[in-house]
Design a protein. Structure first.
Length: 132
């Protein structure tokens, strides 16, 4: 398998492991899947494949993936936003600890408007890494 194939295969493996460990959540492997509007959701998106710059051939040294948790909240209920933010943060921490992921970036908040009219999304995002 090519090194690119390893990067993509690892992405599939991460998604399958999350589906197994968290069966009550939608596992979105792309922003398109996330935009389908099924929540609560765990997102595992392709990040980057970093390579050894001094090597003549492409030699990856680590892979990164974007890990997210999202849920919808009621815009007309201010306490619902806080409740969902807290639940999604707890979920993200739980995933990181349960799956023993190595975190590359700080956990950052994410708030967006969904595809459905009046659907508001809140959650958290971070980048996880793996040595190639």
């Amino acid at each position: 398998m090519s090194v690119t194939g390893d990067f993509l295969k690892k992405h599939e493996d991460l998604a399958l492991a999350l589906e197994t460990a968290y069966p009550n959540y939608v596992i979105a492997k792309s922003e398109s899947e996330l935009s389908m509007g099924n929540f609560p959701a765990i997102g595992i998106f392709l990040g980057v494949s970093e390579h050894e710059k001094r090597a003549r051939a492409y030699a990856p040294i680590r892979y990164s993936y974007i890990l997210c948790t999202f849920d919808i909240y009621d815009f007309d209920n201010p306490s619902d936003l806080l409740t969902k933010q807290q639940a999604m943060f707890d979920l993200l921490e739980n995933i990181i600890n349960t799956m023993s992921y190595t975190v590359l970036t700080d956990i950052e908040p994410a708030i967006s408007i969904g595809i459905d009219v009046g659907t508001f999304i809140t959650g958290w995002t971070t980048v996880i890494i793996f040595n190639a």
